[in-house]
Design a protein around this ligand. Structure first.
Ligand SMILES: [Cu+2]
Length: 694
């Protein structure tokens, strides 16, 4: 462990001293030269809104266009400065947007407002440039990683894992039409419409194996609870670039029967219900987005010339504007916080004595509102929080700050008056005339017939050991870094590369690469053992889960056993766990790893934070800890016990999650998208029945 951490720290010191490698044609715009709080935060209206509950079919066009991210002018500057030009970006446009004028106020969007129980049928069109893209010119595409490769050149590694095709290595970057795949993050949808990493299509019609043959029309049943889900690009090995370029939008699902009375009276979009999609970006001296390879350089350029372990931006962008201001009335506001960054975690707080009243997690409302001075979240996570400006005088300015280190949690502090600052709120007179609301700590948030259903034992975790209620399948799975000279070369889940086949004899698809084969309707405990130096926000497709606990373990001792087992079996980094995946270890867990319970430091075990005690689809897994989650392959509302409770082999979804499209099921992965793009993702398939376990 210590050695691994030392390697990372060395890499960080290196990045602070270097500039420009592959992006040498772009020169970094100093973040300090960008004035803060000049532009207003784009809200619903400037970001288009599509009411899918009213119009279930709608078009989304992926296009290249210009958006004004940096201030176009700065009237307050003395002496006056000219401001910055619009930036070339990629984004999702609606029919109305095509004639809506450019540059747009934001690259993000649209906000697609869905209604629970009313299916939506978006039609996605990849209309990114066939050639001559202004965005792609600033975003070198690494062909040495496992990616959505639309060309006939084979860039895959050889049997030993070496990348030998010189057409794919330094200094070549892919410049052809860009593959894209739209993933509905948090959506309960069948595999064909999940928009997983293999479901990509290029603007000239080349398709990945998972792209549905439905005339580009997807089906989202919208069966889950009222929550803020979102959609973003997910193309294999390209997600970090496509999302960075702007391909992300919000997808709130509304349900009149979901919230409690005090919450139901809060106005919905747009006035007092406002998404805050937080991202970090860098810009060049021409005002163009800059995927700055020097922000965390890849130390082994001969292996992956254009992939870096984590992109670290020096400019904070909210809803597509750098360091914006939002004018607020002296009343309560509802903010839908989305961490849309590549790799940056945020630890949000506010001055002037303001706190967050957290009301919802990724997948729905908490049972009761939680008052907290700060909210910590990683890429992909969402929280909804009430902020009460009612006690502040008109004219008061409130700043939202960030205290999270990068990489999280042990990396560098955010820069002072830079990445430590998110945005500003200015209190203005109440002109809406709408009555205030009264959400407070402890306010019940869910309608009477809609309590949260703790999958097992409430949020009181079962004792360790045994690790789980008898009869439940328990998986113990690792998060690993593959380290080369100077730093990480890739990151993997359970020491298994994404497309590594043959780990599980009898794996059900022609690809044979999946290892997690839960039965539909089953409830499993996943114990994720993080032996890397950093925290990873792990994300499951299809299902929301609940966090049971986090427990530090004697890392050096367990890793010694683990490394010895890998060595004894001759297993190379990235080529699977040391033992047979489906054989129970001494803890009764499958996954192919040495038992860990004896190494847990139980006195240091922590329950999830109060604001994490709800439905999650992405959760922070800290280094040196085992994070336990309980996952159930059934709709959120299915009862936990008694009549109608799902059991292994019962499908309660209104679709068939075991249906495979092109041999593709679902994935689960790290949502640091730079990690996800370089192997930190596993393929998983929902099965009609439990698989035999040895
Ligand atoms: Cu990760």
């Amino acid at each position: 462990m210590n050695k691994r951490i030392a390697v990372i720290v060395t890499g960080l010191a290196f990045l602070l001293l270097t500039v420009g490698i592959a992006g040498a044609q772009q020169v970094l715009l100093p973040a300090a030269s960008i004035p803060k709080f000049v532009d207003q935060l784009p809200v619903a209206g400037q970001i288009s809104v599509v009411y899918a509950g009213v119009t279930p079919g709608y078009n989304i066009y992926m296009r290249e266009f210009q958006a004004q991210i940096l201030p176009a002018s700065n009237p307050a500057a003395v002496p006056p400065i000219a401001g910055f030009p619009a930036s070339w970006v990629w984004g999702y446009l609606t029919d109305a947007d095509l004639t809506g004028g450019f540059p747009r106020p934001s690259y993000l969007g649209p906000v697609v407002v869905a209604t629970r129980g009313v299916p939506a049928y978006p039609r996605y069109w990849n209309q990114l440039p066939l050639s001559g893209s202004n965005v792609q010119a600033n975003m070198p595409i690494d062909m040495t990683i496992d990616w959505a490769n639309p060309q006939s050149i084979n860039c895959a590694p050889d049997a030993l894992g070496n990348y030998t095709n010189t057409l794919c290595g330094t200094p070549n970057a892919y410049t052809g039409p860009m593959p894209a795949a739209v993933h509905i993050h948090g959506g309960e949808v069948e595999p064909a419409f999940d928009g997983g990493p293999d479901a990509w299509e290029t603007p000239d019609g080349i398709k990945g194996i998972g792209f549905p043959n439905t005339d580009n029309i997807f089906t989202y049943p919208n069966g889950q609870q009222e929550s803020t889900i979102w959609f973003h690009d997910h193309a294999l090995g390209l997600t970090r670039l496509n999302v960075y370029a702007g391909l992300a939008g919000l997808y709130p699902i509304l349900d009149t029967g979901g919230p409690s009375a005090p919450l139901a009276v809060m106005p919905k979009f747009p006035e007092h219900d406002i998404p805050l999609i937080i991202q970090d970006r860098s810009f060049d001296t021409q005002g163009q987005i800059f995927y700055n390879l020097a922000s965390n350089p890849q130390p082994n350029l001969t292996v992956h010339p254009f992939w870096i372990p984590e992109f670290i931006g020096d400019v904070i962008v909210v809803n597509g504007k750098s360091w914006p201001n939002l004018n607020v009335e002296p009343r309560q506001y509802r903010f839908r916080l989305v961490n849309g960054s590549n790799a940056r975690f945020y630890d949000l707080s506010m001055n002037k004595g303001l706190k967050f009243i957290v009301i919802a997690t990724d997948g729905g409302y908490l049972q009761k509102a939680v008052l907290t001075p700060n909210v910590i979240f990683g890429p992909g996570e969402r929280y909804e929080a009430i902020v009460d400006f009612s006690k502040l005088k008109v004219g008061t300015k409130v700043v939202m700050f960030n205290a999270a280190r990068t990489p999280f949690p042990g990396g560098a502090m955010p820069t002072v008056n830079g990445t430590d600052t998110i945005m500003q709120f200015t209190v203005v007179a109440n002109t809406s005339g709408l009555p205030n609301t009264a959400i407070a700590a402890g306010t019940a948030l869910r309608a009477a017939g809609n309590p949260i259903q703790p999958i097992i034992n409430g949020f009181t975790p079962p004792a360790i050991p045994p690790a789980a209620p008898s009869g439940n399948i328990v998986r113990q799975l690792t998060l690993n870094e593959v380290i080369g000279a100077g730093g990480p070369l890739e990151l993997v889940v359970n020491n298994s590369k994404y497309n590594l086949a043959g780990l599980l004899p009898g794996a059900p698809t022609p690809l044979g690469r999946e290892t997690e084969l839960p039965a539909v309707g089953d409830t499993e405990i996943w114990e994720i053992i993080n032996i890397t130096a950093d925290a990873h926000p792990m994300h499951t497709h299809l299902v929301t889960f609940q966090i049971l606990d986090r427990t530090p373990f004697q890392a050096a001792n367990w890793i010694n056993q683990y490394d010895a087992a890998l060595l004894a079996k001759g297993v190379l980094p990235g080529y699977g766990p040391p033992n047979a995946y489906n054989a129970r270890n001494a803890d009764g867990a499958i996954g192919g790893n040495p038992a860990i319970n004896a190494f847990l430091q139980l006195s240091k075990r922590r329950l999830p934070l109060p604001y994490e005690m709800g439905w999650k689809d992405t959760a922070i897994m800290y280094p040196g800890e085992v994070t336990r989650i309980v996952v159930r392959w059934a709709p959120q509302d299915a009862p936990v016990t008694g009549l109608g409770a799902p059991t292994a082999g019962t499908n309660l979804y209104p679709f068939n999650p075991t249906a495979l499209y092109g041999g593709v099921g679902y994935v689960w992965h790290c949502h640091i998208v730079d990690h996800e793009d370089n192997e930190m993702m596993r393929s998983y398939t929902v099965m009609p029945a439990r698989q035999p376990i040895e």
